[in-house]
Every structure is written in structure tokens, then in C-alpha cells.
Ligand binder design. Structure first.
Ligand SMILES: Cc1cc2nc3c(=O)[nH]c(=O)nc-3n(C[C@H](O)[C@H](O)[C@H](O)COP(=O)(O)OP(=O)(O)OC[C@H]3O[C@@H](n4cnc5c(N)ncnc54)[C@H](O)[C@@H]3O)c2cc1C
Length: 450
């Protein structure tokens, strides 16, 4: 009997186990442009932890690779399938089980879309704060599995700071609970946080208990233009003293791309910093003064929410504007904030040396930069140079004390860089941890750890 037939029998006629090639192809990859993928044997649109448990038990006994998929918005090939694999999609497990306003928590199935939870919480004056730019279509399970960040994370912390507990199905099929719904608990080793950022390699997250916060006040928004991105990056480190709830950077190349697409009236003389203050609006004036110490060309701020939406639109349009110019490779590296200026100088040199357009933008306040390499569609020589530049950018970041990924994950495209920043002993420890949870290495094999 084929694996598909055997699994269908175990799961029963009500299950959505699909082998149609058009459908398996559409579930075979995420948004990473150059990672390997192939249509899997089948896709299970799971509806319960029990179904996932049955599928994993069978896969484990038969050593079938399993790729867990949230919404497939990932940028590291983490949800990419291979021809011998089973994809388990969580998209149908999209129920908000409970919002407990008194305890400021929500219990959700892992397939709930980030924005849907925040919208539901907002009706009670609460907020789910982690705000990846993909929040209107990425899943909370995927956010936890990649430890997603976002614009407000400079103040409120990335996903890991907002998860209290989770339900996980192990490779063996056993269903376990990790963490506690309480705000504090130090009773056990912190296995909960081991799963956050584990990119589908340790188990399938089926349910999450998440922090909700009192909804922050509408922010004051400040836009400051500097002669170049190096000066803007230096200013960013100084602006952290104001506890911004957003601190983003956009370089001149990206600004020009946005202005060419949708003119927003930005000065394209240099680079901009976008900053929000959601508590102490009166600090905006002081922040502008600080910017002057770094060669500020022009600065404005506004407390009006409509102005704020206009002012930050440039950041939201940064990536799509570069995408309009050609094929793109969006990189993601983390740096000490004090090294951003040096990092961008080196990336600008790389851009000239490799004859490639590289737009630089990112979460300056977190030191998380997204240099985006652009080349002409169909130009294979330029595509090769772009892939090399993608690697060079990671190595530049690592040489400055940075990390290969800040938020998109290692997936199937960056495992080769991991050994540059951790010792052989730590790699062995990671392999040992993986073996405890997944002795047959069926969960996303070959991803995350080298
Ligand atoms: C335009 C755009 C903007 C983006 N902006 C941001 C941003 O600002 N910040 C940011 O951090 N990321 C960003 N991303 C990347 C991506 O949206 C995030 O990584 C997101 O967290 C992935 O969620 P997903 O549900 O789409 O997961 P998927 O892409 O489906 O999966 C991502 C990884 O998580 C694993 N996984 C998914 N669900 C589960 C689960 N339930 N249990 C176990 N493992 C699971 C998968 O196996 C895979 O390894 C962006 C992507 C795009 C396309």
C-alpha cells in the first residue's frame, strides 16, 4: 500500500489529505526565491492535534520527512518540501479559542493569522503586539516557529516575549504542553522557548497561549532625513534613549524606488529614520535635536494618526518598491546597533564591487537590517552575483559581531553560516537536542542546524 493510501486509511474519510499535484505543488515552497523545493507526497490540511498526532506517528515509524507549514510567508525556505515528504498545514486550525481579558491572555490554534488576533483583542482595548510586516497573512504558529519580529518589537520585544505556553505534537505523535498560562513560572527547564524559533525541526505547534497588552496610545511619528545612511544609522543608536515604539531606517536607493513608484514627497537627498513614541509625545522635539547632532537635513513630527500612516508608508512600501525594479533577494541579518553604520558602508562597497543595486532598510532600533539585492529578471550572470552578494552580506554582519538571521530564520538557505558564529561544541549540543525530540530526524530534516 502507498504511504498516501495507508495515511488516508489511518486518518479516516473526513480528513483532508491531498495528493493532487496542482495542490501539492502550491504547498511546496514559501517566499524564498532560491531555495530548493519539490511537490511533497501529500498535504494534510490538519483540523486537530489528534490528526497531526496520527500523521506524525505514521511518518515517524516509516521515516517520512514532515514539513510543517503555517501560511507559507517565510523567507528562508523553512516550509519548503521535498519529493519524499508530507506537508502538514495548520491553516485550517484557525480558531481563537479564548480571550481572557482579566488575565490578559489569548489561547489560539496555531493557524490563526496574527492580525486576526490583534483585531479581536482590540475590541477589548487589548493588543497582540508583535507586528511582522506579514502580519495580515502569517500565522501565529509560524511566528512562534520563526520567533518573528516587527516594527514595534524595538520596544515590546519579539514573539518570544509574548508566548506563555504552547501545545506541541512531538515526532512520536505524543501531544505535550509546555509553559504555563501564568505570567511567571520557573518550575521547569524552559523547553517552551526552545521551541520558539525552532523552525519546525522539533515538533508541530498546535496551540499557543499568548500575552495581550493594554492597547498602546496612538503614537507621535517623526521622520528625519540625513545626508547618508551612515549618519542615519549613527543617529538611530542615540535615539534609543527615548524608548521609541518604532525606529526604522530606509536608505536613498530604497527611497528613490518608492518615490519613482508612488511619490510621497520624500527628500531623496539621503536616508531617513522613522520613529514613533507611543508614550511620551513631548520627547519628539528632543529627539529632533539629537538628530541635528548627526547632520539632520530635515525633520518633521506629528501626533495625528492620519499623518502617521502617511509618514510610515515609505517603510511599508520599501520592499515592494524594490521588487518592481527586478528580481530581488531580501537578506536578513542582526547586528549590534553600534555596528550598523559600518555594516552599511561595507554593503555599499559590496554593491559597487559587484555591480548590483542593493537597497538597505530595516529595524534600525533592533539592529536588524534587510539589504535587498536587485537584478534584472533573466540575467543569469547577475543572478549568480546576487547569490554571492547575499552570502557576503551575511559574512559582513558576522564579522561585525552580528548574526546570520535576525527574524526570517535559517531555514534551508543559511545553515552554511551557522558554524561561523557558534562553536563546534554548541553545534553538537544542538544536534543532541534535536535527537532527543526527533530521533529519526523526520521534522524538517537538513534545516536550521548544520
Ligand atoms: C512581505 C513579507 C514581509 C515579511 N516581514 C516580516 C517581518 O517584518 N518580520 C518577520 O519576522 N518576518 C517577516 N516575514 C517572514 C515571515 O512572514 C515570517 O517568518 C512568519 O513568521 C512566517 O509565518 P508563516 O505562518 O507564514 O510560516 P511558514 O512560512 O509557513 O513557516 C515558517 C517556518 O515555521 C515552521 N512552522 C510554521 N508553522 C509551524 C507550527 N505550527 N509548528 C511548528 N513549526 C511551524 C515552518 O516549518 C517553517 O520552518 C515577511 C515575509 C514577507 C513575504
Amino acid at each position: 500500500m502507498s504511504h498516501f493510501a495507508a495515511l488516508s486509511k489511518l486518518l479516516g474519510p473526513e480528513s483532508a489529505l491531498i495528493s493532487d499535484l496542482d495542490i501539492t505543488t502550491s504547498y511546496s515552497r514559501d517566499q524564498a526565491p532560491f531555495a530548493f523545493s519539490a511537490p511533497p507526497i501529500a498535504v494534510l490540511l490538519a483540523r486537530s492535534a489528534t490528526e497531526i498526532s496520527i500523521a506524525l506517528k505514521y511518518a515517524n515509524e516509516n521515516k517520512i520527512p514532515v514539513v510543517t507549514r503555517g501560511a507559507g510567508s517565510g523567507l528562508s525556505g523553512g516550509a519548503n518540501a521535498s519529493a519524499d515528504s508530507l506537508v502538514i498545514s495548520l491553516e485550517k486550525m484557525n480558531q481563537i479559542i479564548e480571550i481572557d481579558a482579566a488575565n490578559q491572555i489569548a489561547r489560539v490554534q496555531a493557524g490563526v493569522i496574527n492580525l486576526d488576533l490583534d483585531t479581536a483583542a482590540s475590541k477589548l482595548g487589548l493588543a497582540y503586539l508583535p507586528d511582522p510586516a506579514s502580519r495580515d497573512w502569517s500565522s501565529l504558529g509560524g511566528n512562534a516557529a520563526t520567533n518573528a519580529g516587527g516594527m514595534c518589537c524595538v520596544k515590546y520585544g519579539v514573539t518570544s516575549a509574548h508566548v506563555r505556553a504552547m501545545q506541541v505534537v512531538l515526532a512520536s505523535g505524543e501531544i505535550i504542553e509546555l509553559g504555563k498560562a501564568t505570567k511567571k513560572s520557573v518550575t521547569t527547564y524552559d523547553l517552551l522557548h526552545l521551541f520558539i524559533g525552532s523552525e519546525g525541526t522539533l515538533g508541530v505547534i498546535t496551540e499557543l497561549t499568548l500575552n495581550l497588552e493594554i492597547r498602546p496610545a496612538a503614537p507621535s511619528t517623526l521622520v528625519a532625513t540625513f545626508p547618508n545612511i551612515t549618519k542615519a544609522a549613527s543617529a538611530a543608536a542615540a535615539l534609543l534613549q527615548y524608548r521609541p515604539s518604532m525606529l526604522e531606517i530606509v536608505d536613498q536607493t530604497t527611497l528613490k524606488a518608492v518615490e519613482a513608484w508612488h511619490p510621497l514627497g520624500f527628500e531623496v537627498a539621503g536616508a531617513v529614520l522613522l520613529m514613533q513614541l507611543d508614550e511620551n509625545h513631548s520627547l519628539a522635539e528632543a529627539a529632533l535635536k539629537t538628530c541635528k547632532e548627526f547632520g539632520l537635513i530635515d525633520g518633521v513630527y506629528s501626533d495625528d494618526p492620519n499623518d502617521a500612516a502617511d509618514l510610515i508608508r515609505v517603510r511599508k512600501m520599501a520592499y515592494p518598491a524594490l521588487e518592481r525594479m527586478g528580481a530581488t533577494l531580501l537578506d536578513d541579518v542582526a547586528l549590534p546597533i553600534t555596528e550598523i553604520a559600518q555594516f552599511v558602508e561595507k554593503v555599499e562597497e559590496l554593491s559597487k564591487r559587484s555591480n548590483l543595486v542593493i537597497g538597505i532598510f530595516g529595524h534600525a532600533g533592533d539592529g536588524n537590517m534587510h539589504p535587498t539585492i536587485v537584478h534584472d529578471h533573466g540575467d543569469t550572470a547577475a543572478a549568480e552575483r546576487a547569490q554571492k552578494a547575499f552570502s557576503d552580506i551575511v559574512e559582513i554582519a558576522q564579522s561585525l559581531g552580528g548574526s546570520a538571521s535576525g527574524e526570517h530564520g535559517i531555514g534551508s538557505i543559511k545553515a552554511g553560516f551557522v558554524a561561523n558564529e557558534i562553536s563546534a561544541t554548541v553545534i553538537e549540543l544542538q544536534r543532541a537536542v534535536k535527537k532527543v525530540f526527533d530521533p529519526n530526524s523526520i521534522l524538517n530534516p537538513g534545516k536550521k542546524i548544520p
